[in-house]
Every structure is written in C-alpha cells, then in structure tokens.
Write a protein that binds this ligand. Sequence first.
Ligand SMILES: Nc1ncnc2c1ncn2[C@@H]1O[C@H](COP(=O)(O)OP(=O)(O)OP(=O)(O)O)[C@@H](O)[C@H]1O
Ligand SMILES: [Mg+2]
Length: 277
Amino acid sequence: MPVSPASPSDVVLRLDGVSLGYGDFTVLRDISFEVPRGQVVAMMGGSGSGKTTLLRAATGQLKARTGCVQAFGEDLATASPEQRQSLRQRMGVLFQQGALFTDLNVFDNVAFPLREHLRLSPQKLLETVLEKLESVGLRAAAHLRTSEISGGMARRVALARAIVLEPELVLYDEPFAGLDPISLGITARLIRGLSDRLGCASVVITHDVAESFIIADQVYLIGEGRIKAQGTPATLATSTDPYVRQFLNGEPDGPVPFDYPATPAFQSWLTRQSAQT
Ligand SMILES: Nc1ncnc2c1ncn2[C@@H]1O[C@H](COP(=O)(O)OP(=O)(O)OP(=O)(O)O)[C@@H](O)[C@H]1O
Ligand SMILES: [Mg+2]
C-alpha cells in the first residue's frame, strides 16, 4: 500500500537531485528521497554502493555536488556553520565505525552528549543514562571500561549514546553489525519504538533484509550510483525486478556487481606497480 505523501512540515530529511562523491569520483547521482517524522527508512545496497556517503551528506559532513540536502527544512549548503551545528544537534548518529571514547567507561560514553548539551542534575543524568543503557540491555555494564566489553556490546553502547538526547532524526549506519540474533531483534524493535513513541525519523543503513523489512516503512535499494528501487517492504518483497530479487535473495549471480569497479586511479597505480617490478 503506498504511503500517503507527507506534509512538508513533517519531512525531517529531504534530498533532492543530490549527487555526491570524492575528488573526481562520483559515488551517487540524482538521489531524491524524504524521511518524514515517525517513519523508519531502510537504506540497503552492496558494500561500497554509497550508503555511508549518503549519511555523511545528511549530517552536512559531505557537501552535495548538485541538488539540495535539507534537514528540518533548512538547506545544509546555505546554512551558516552555527546553524549547521544546531541542526546537527537535533540528529543522533550511530557511526559505522563504533567510535566509543576508549578513555571513558560505558556510562561516561553515553553520558557524554548529555553533559555537552544539557545541564542535568547528577541524579537525573544517572537515571537517563541507565534508562538508555537498559533499553539496549546493558544497564549493568555501565561501570565497564570499553576494553572490557565485546564488539556487539560496543555497538549497543554506541547506539544508546546516539539516542540519548532523543533526537528528532537518527541515522544508524549498520546498527545490527556484530549483534547476535536476540540483540538484533531487540535493537530493531528499539529503533521502531523510538519512531513510534517519540515520532523521530530514522534512517537505517543495513544489509539485514529480514529485520529491516519488519521495521521499515520505506526501503531504498542503492546500486550503480543511484536509487535502483524503492517502496514499502511489501512492494519490494513481491518485485520481479532482477536487481531487487538478487539483492533480497542474496544470490551470487545476477545484475548486482560484487567486484569493486576498476577506476583510472587504480589503473595508474597498477601501471606504477608494474613499472617497479
Ligand atoms: N573519504 C573517502 N574518500 C574517497 N573515496 C571514498 C571515501 N569514503 C568512501 N569512498 C568511496 O566511496 C564509495 C562508497 O563508499 P561508502 O563508504 O559510502 O560505501 P557503503 O555503501 O557504506 O559500503 P559498506 O556497506 O561497505 O559500508 C566506495 O567506492 C569508497 O571507496
Ligand atoms: Mg558504509
């Protein structure tokens, strides 16, 4: 069933005709989509297809080459550094590379954004952090050092930190990576719950077809530098598009490329290597 178009004030993140890249390498072209309040949008695509690049555009870390990126109705390209900073504070980001502060324990990692942005009493701070840790099943791990927790636990601590300020937009880069099936299910429900309960907009970058199809309102499939397919999980599940079918079924053969494409930069590197041998 198609979702009804969101009213402009409900749109938290909008990309319109955006292309993105690094140096002379264009990663994505003509990307347009909207993320309304309360919705969970899943971004899927092969490794290297540009999902993290898209997240960098949404945070303003990477500038769009063409087109427009709007967060909370503000154009990131024309916003002043101060405006960008205040828009950024309304977003929670779970980075693909966990990035916990290794010199802080679990509690202080999650408390960090609260201490930066709010003046809470020590009691309120303790309650808020423990509540967020509880939501990822790690309340009793609050005292542990980051060297004492597992990779999957570190992902969940990073997730608790990303949502501790209850942001209006949360961008999750591979939130399920390294999680066992139970933690994965709980994390997926947590993401859905935040959108339902707080009305936040969620962008979930993931390879996990099963879990994202359960929680997402809209799914975008990225490939060959653009949006290859989009729709509700139900529409995509019944799609006959060979690209969609191959991706969803994880089949080795088909139109989805596996090899990283050879670029002029690779060719000239190889030529230099060959010349040296
Ligand atoms: N800082 C950078 N400088 C130059 N090229 C980059 C940079 N970051 C990413 N790329 C290139 O951009 C392309 C897209 O990378 P990106 O990290 O967005 O992929 P991804 O879809 O997130 O992949 P994965 O699923 O493996 O995380 C890749 O070809 C990558 O080599
Ligand atoms: Mg990535």
